[in-house]
Design a binder for this molecule. Structure first.
Ligand code: C2E
Ligand code: MG
Ligand code: MG
Ligand code: MG
Length: 291
């Protein structure tokens, strides 16, 4: 019997190559059905402005409640799904959910953005921008409320294909962010050429800031680099007050991490929002201050 993931995704024993292969094969064959029968859910992790702590939006993060393996981490199944054409279905699913959420919030007076992670395959797909544009029209959502996060490696896999796609997405008015910044090529010359609005500092550096001076230096230089290119800078992996205070001192624009909140189901995210805004003085609209 194959290994069962715990809540934290740590396996109880080291599986053999055969078991790993079998499990991946199962994940690929079961994924589409999982999408259709509600095993795949989108959770939302808040992003807050620094230093105000106003909620500016959230990142959509996918979760798979697998009947046999339990809660699977996207770090396990997204790469498997990415290796097949199925990632198109995943991106469409998350995008549909995200736009539906944004519209629902707008209808209730909340202006919150959502960030959706893209895969290398989306960036190589010249039909993707038209499909995104159609989805904005259908949901009647202003494109500026959607961010796409892409990693450096997914852009650099085939820049001749990905750059035109990125330019067309950006022309729609979508916000583009480079995710996990600092872990890939990260060359200044290359960053300048990308049609992007935002960099997200990889959480490994932010998590290390408290104990490792070189991580602190990396974070500081990414903030400076980002600002010198007129990009907004987001730190992910903000787990404690010390990290938040250091980021405020560096003028980092936005924070995301367990200190603020873990990724939450739709219902719990809403409850979290309302709990925060209930602290707003009566007479104010009660909506979280957005952008
Ligand atoms: P990511 O896009 O870099 O997302 C940030 C990850 O950091 C999330 O992991 C989030 O739960 C985690 N995180 C946030 N704050 C903290 C913190 O304070 N401490 C720590 N230790 N971790 C924190 P998650 O949800 O497991 O997602 C992992 C990766 O899976 C994502 O990394 C992204 O690359 C991918 N992914 C998730 N959802 C999607 C999706 O819908 N589409 C695609 N293509 N990839 C996705
Ligand atoms: Mg991301
Ligand atoms: Mg990241
Ligand atoms: Mg990541």
């Amino acid at each position: 019997r194959a290994a069962r993931s715990g809540e934290d995704g740590v396996r109880g024993y080291v599986p053999s190559m055969g078991q790993i292969f079998l499990r991946r094969f199962q994940l690929v064959t079961q994924f589409r059905q999982a999408l259709e029968c509600g095993q795949i859910e989108v959770h939302y992790q808040p992003k807050v402005a620094l230093p105000s702590r106003n909620v500016v939006g959230s990142e959509a993060l996918v979760r798979w409640s697998h009947p046999e393996y339990g809660r699977l981490s996207p770090d396990e199944f997204v790469p498997v799904v990415e290796a097949t054409g199925l990632v198109d279905a995943l991106t469409s699913f998350v995008l549909e959910r995200a736009l539906g959420r944004i519209r629902n919030w707008l209808d209730r007076g909340l202006r919150l953005s959502v960030a959706v992670n893209l895969s290398v395959r989306n960036l190589a797909d010249e039909t993707f921008p038209d499909r995104v544009s159609e989805a904005f029209d259908r949901h009647e959502v202003p494109p500026g409320l959607l961010t796409f996060e892409l990693t450096e490696s997914s852009v650099m896999a085939d820049p001749d294909r990905s750059l035109p796609v990125l330019r067309r997405l950006r022309a729609l008015g979508v916000v583009l962010a480079v995710d996990d910044f600092g872990t890939g090529y990260s060359s200044l010359a290359y960053l300048r050429q990308l049609p992007i609005d935002e960099v997200k500092i990889d959480k490994s550096f932010v998590l290390g800031m408290g104990t490792d001076l070189s991580d602190m230096a990396v974070v500081r230089s990414i903030v400076e680099l980002g600002h010198s290119l007129e990009l907004s800078v987001v730190a992910e992996g903000v787990e404690d007050d010390a990290a938040r205070d250091q980021l405020v001192g560096m003028n980092c624009d936005t924070a995301q991490g367990y200190l603020i909140s873990r990724p939450l189901s739709e219902e719990r995210f809403e409850a979290w929002l309302w709990a925060r805004t209930s602290k707003v003085a009566p007479g104010e609209c009660g909506a979280p201050s957005g952008e």
